[in-house]
Write a protein that binds this ligand. Structure first.
Ligand code: NAP
Length: 326
């Protein structure tokens, strides 16, 4: 009997065709509503689920009694009830590594764009308002030689820090659950308590995963510790930063600017102040959104799913259910 897979995020044609050779696939393309009756019906017989972005709850798992594996097309797994999946012996897979460099590029894009006020000044031209040479009121700040404070020094954090240290001669500070001696050696990075890092850094760049521990890690108090010339970059998840406190700090000039790829609510509501503040560069969650990287992520998700459903060890398992081969 062919195993049944439900796909709820668009997959490249070649990978979808590949999956269909070995499995019975029900493809929902881009599904916004996981209460969709056809999706629920498919779920009731599914052995594998492939998608990303949508919150998967215990109630959804109850509707999928045969489910063996969820393959997420993302590295972040905050949308999944990980302990519940493990308890139910369901394998969760994700896509680390293949998106690290592209997401780090996006992080650095935000560092450059906020520091040099690129969007705001490009808008001058778009509006036909460039009438004289740019003066002090429109100057930005240097990036090279400044202090980059990484909140989180995992794969993406290290890749951003590497760009900063090796490409821009930046001094690297980091706060992270565990020390990273190899990166200290390679980049001259120094570990700090979060409060110390916030007080010292010119750029504070958030790359920790969203969890109960990191939700609102950067709130009013933490923003208050930052220099008034400092810039906050969030390339991780919106909820790691208290957005209301961030808007207040930006409006009051307690920090200079913010570069954001992620938001508490996505898509960012059009009436959010963040969508039109001059000192904010807001991107629509495009960290990994290049042709090459999105295909590589989909490739990894498909490979993970095929391996797990065939009883083999996937390339990138996230949890460790009992039946996983060693
Ligand atoms: P990773 O390699 O697991 O790195 C996460 C780092 O955060 C690890 O070094 C970890 O410490 C540290 N950490 C975890 N919890 C912490 C805590 N409570 N306090 C301090 N440090 C903590 O993950 P990654 O591949 O770099 O990805 C990071 C996150 O980026 C993902 O979870 C995802 O949410 C986000 N992301 C966003 C985009 C986008 O499109 N904007 C794209 C990809 C990923 P240890 O090393 O000690 O475990």
């Amino acid at each position: 009997m062919q195993k049944r897979i439900v796909v709820y995020r668009p997959l490249p044609e070649d990978l979808l065709a590949e999956l269909k050779r070995d499995f019975h696939v029900e493809d929902f393309g881009h599904l916004d509503d996981l209460d969709d009756p056809a999706f629920r019906a498919a779920l009731s017989e599914a052995h594998g689920l492939l998608g990303a972005g949508q919150k998967i709850t215990a109630e959804i798992l109850d509707a999928a009694p045969q489910l063996e594996t969820i393959s997420s097309v993302s590295v972040g797994v905050d949308a999944y009830p990980v302990e519940e999946l493990t308890r139910r012996d369901i394998q969760l897979c994700h896509t680390p590594d293949v998106l690290t460099e592209t997401t780090a590029d996006t992080g650095f894009l935000l560092i450059m764009a906020t520091a040099r006020r690129a969007m705001e000044l490009a808008d001058l031209i778009r509006r036909g308002d460039w009438q004289a040479s740019i003066g002090e009121a429109h100057y930005g700040s240097d990036v090279h030689g400044k202090t980059l404070g990484m909140v989180g020094m995992g794969r993406i954090g290290a890749a951003i820090a590497r760009r900063g240290a090796l490409g821009f001669g930046m001094r690297i500070l980091y706060s992270n659950a565990s020390p990273k001696p190899a990166l200290e050696e390679e980049l001259g990075a120094r570990r700090r308590e979060l409060d110390e890092l916030l007080a010292e850094a010119d750029f504070v760049c958030v790359t920790v995963p969203l969890s109960a521990e990191t939700e609102r890690l950067i709130g009013q108090r933490e923003l208050g510790l930052m220099r008034d010339s400092a810039i906050l970059i969030n390339i991780a998840r919106g909820k790691v930063v208290d957005e209301t406190a961030l808007i207040e700090a930006l409006n009051a000039g307690r920090i200079r600017a913010a570069g954001l790829d992620v938001f508490e609510r996505e898509p960012l509501p059009a009436d959010s102040p963040l969508s039109h503040m001059a000192n904010v560069v807001a991107l629509p969650h495009i960290g990994s959104a290049t042709h090459e990287t999105r295909h590589a992520m989909a490739r990894r998700a498909v490979d993970n799913l095929r391996l797990a459903l065939s009883g083999e060890r996937p390339i990138s398992p996230f949890n460790d259910p009992a039946r996983l081969p060693a």
